[in-house]
Design a protein around this ligand. Structure first.
Ligand code: HEC
Ligand code: HEC
Length: 509
């Protein structure tokens, strides 16, 4: 036997391992564990949004990446109206807060669904603040307009609702699980474990965090439907500003949702209500942060789709006949009084040319425009510095935010759909805006979507309809002043006939 010969096959140490029942068992267990581990890793790292080919569907229901960091687990979203019906005004579920439902859809417009970190989550997208409705008459069905301000959406009340859930001692894993089962929720084994031992407690503690971070909301006034304080929650959530130390005049900055069509021609204009940023891309991404994405979770590809689409997305035409002769008279007056700051309709399209209309897209100082200072003061130099430092190292970091001294001269395309008017939504109709401030309505209702075809805006005298209450807007409340944008230069001293003509012309925008 040569020394190089290998050991005979039947030597104990080298016997084929699969002949040993003990080892065979161990290996089978190991393979089983491995398969389970791969499955679990797949389950917990898979990040799957529901996708839509159609752009309108994507805008309404597609993900921008907000679910992972800010979203509610799908089944929590489902059970909240069942567990706490009394916390939904009028007991109408999420519709109580002005979320819009379409037939055959389980989630409302502006809420998307995505599987991340092992469970399905839902949260907000652009459409929740940028989609609204119009009814022709009280009896007609609402028309949904994408890109118009969300005239129904009551974000203040929705946030206050979430903050209240954090404290409710019915919000326990046991009761939530029982409710999910009662609703026929089909959770798999892992989901059940997760919800029972992790998810409910985690949601509760993050709602509690929200409760603390946004405690300053209790010192603000209800924004009402169609408005949000854009930058104060941003200060608290993104930058942990000590909100209790902010001077009062920085704390009250309610702003109307703007329309977001025709973004292409807006590139380079200083926009947002106070003109704090000239870049369409930065305004879009900043908005996404407002909806709850983070630099890690932001879904740039899916937001990019929206960005491209909004670039040329047209404002909807006025749906009723327009008196051409009256509009023609209005055109001359508008060209003389208004066009230099706002641009105007020419032929079949809106002319956004900032060379020709040389104040369009610039900022009108507060001392001249004299509208409510709240929104302007809420955006500070310190906040702009913080925003511009945000996401250093990302190619898309913000660079162009700045503090201004007034409000932006913005284009008025699709203006008929953008009521109530001014940055704080303090003037119900176009016709009212052409009155001197002291003759504009001092209180009116917001949130009713029947159109006022005479004055152009929403009917603002209706406080309730079939048990649904609308929001009484008081212009004497801080942040709500309807002053400014008046005097000879703003057309408020013209005759009634001239004012009616200007309004008629603006219907063509
Ligand atoms: C929570 C509500 C909310 C969500 C969600 C939201 N926006 Fe906005 N958006 C606003 C408000 C309010 C403003 C006005 C900000 C200001 O100046 O105070 C605004 C402004 C804008 C503007 C600038 C408009 C102008 O002319 O000044 C654009 C563009 C925009 N949003 C796009 C988007 C996109 C794209 C998304 C989704 C990625 C989005 N928004 C999500 C509330 C929202
Ligand atoms: C000197 C510039 C200037 C002139 C002139 C001017 N505006 Fe304005 N306009 C502004 C500014 C700035 C705002 C925003 C003020 C705010 O929201 O606080 C505004 C806001 C508006 C709005 C509200 C927009 C919205 O989305 O809520 C309308 C409508 C409007 N102007 C119409 C007119 C009409 C009509 C005229 C002429 C009769 C006119 N403006 C003249 C600067 C001007």
């Amino acid at each position: 036997m040569s020394s190089q010969e290998t050991a005979p096959p039947n030597e104990p140490g080298t016997r084929k391992w699969w002949r040993n029942p003990f080892k065979l068992g161990l290996s089978a267990a190991a393979i089983g564990l491995l398969v389970a581990a791969v499955w679990l890793i797949g389950r917990f790292t898979r990040d799957v949004p529901v996708d839509y080919d159609d752009m309108r569907e994507h805008f309404k229901y597609g993900s921008i990446g907000s679910e992972t960091a800010s979203g509610l687990p799908y089944w929590i979203w489902k059970v909240l109206p069942e567990m706490f019906p009394e916390k939904f005004p009028g007991r109408a579920g999420y519709a109580s807060f002005g979320f819009l439902y379409e037939e055959g859809r389980e989630l409302p417009i502006g809420v998307s669904r995505r599987r991340s970190q092992g469970i399905d989550r839902v949260w907000l997208n652009c459409a929740v603040c940028h989609t609204g409705t119009v009814r022709e008459t009280p009896g007609s069905a609402p028309n949904i307009y994408l890109g118009m301000p969300a005239n129904n959406f009551r974000l203040y009340e929705f946030i206050q609702f979430l903050r209240a859930v954090a404290l409710d001692n019915r919000f326990t894993p046991e009761l939530v699980m029982a409710k999910i089962e009662a609703m026929g929720g089909k959770l798999d084994f892992v989901d059940r474990l997760l919800y029972r031992y992790l998810v409910v407690d985690r949601v509760r503690s993050s709602l509690f965090g929200l409760r603390q971070q946004l405690a300053f909301l209790n010192r603000q006034h209800d924004w009402g439907p169609g408005r949000v304080d854009t930058f104060n929650p941003y200060k608290a959530i993104q930058f942990n500003f000590p909100m209790d130390k902010l001077p009062r005049e920085e704390l009250i900055g309610p702003a109307d949702y703007p329309s977001i069509w025709n973004q292409g021609p807006r590139q380079g204009m200083y926009l947002h209500w106070d003109g704090n940023n000239p870049s369409v891309e930065e305004r879009n991404k900043s908005a996404a942060l407002g909806a709850g994405v983070t630099p890690v979770t932001i879904d740039l590809r899916r937001i990019g789709r929206i960005e491209d689409w909004l670039w040329e997305f047209k404002s909807p035409p006025y749906p009723k006949p327009i008196d051409a002769k009256l509009a023609g008279a209005g055109r001359k007056l508008y060209a003389e009084y208004c066009a230099n700051c706002h641009g105007m309709m020419e032929g079949a399209r809106y002319n956004f040319d900032t060379h020709r209309f040389n104040r369009l897209g610039t900022v009108e100082p507060l001392r001249l425009i004299r509208t409510d200072p709240g929104r302007l003061n809420s955006y500070t130099e310190l906040l702009s510095v913080n925003q511009n430092m945000l996401y250093a190292g990302y190619s898309w970091r913000f660079e162009q935010f700045r503090k201004t001294n007034g409000y932006a001269n913005m284009p008025l395309d699709g203006i008929w759909l953008r009521a109530p008017y001014l940055h704080n939504g303090s003037v119900p109709t176009l016709r009212d805006l052409l009155e001197p401030a002291e003759r504009r309505p001092k209180t009116f209702y917001r949130g009713y979507d029947v159109f006022d075809w005479g004055k152009v805006g929403f009917v603002s005298s209706v406080g309730e309809e079939r048990g649904r209450k609308f929001f009484k807007f008081d212009t004497l409340v801080e942040g709500n002043s309807n002053a400014g944008h008046d005097g000879a230069a703003y057309g408020t001293e013209l005759s009634d006939a001239d004012k009616n003509a200007i309004v008629e012309f603006m219907k063509t925008f």
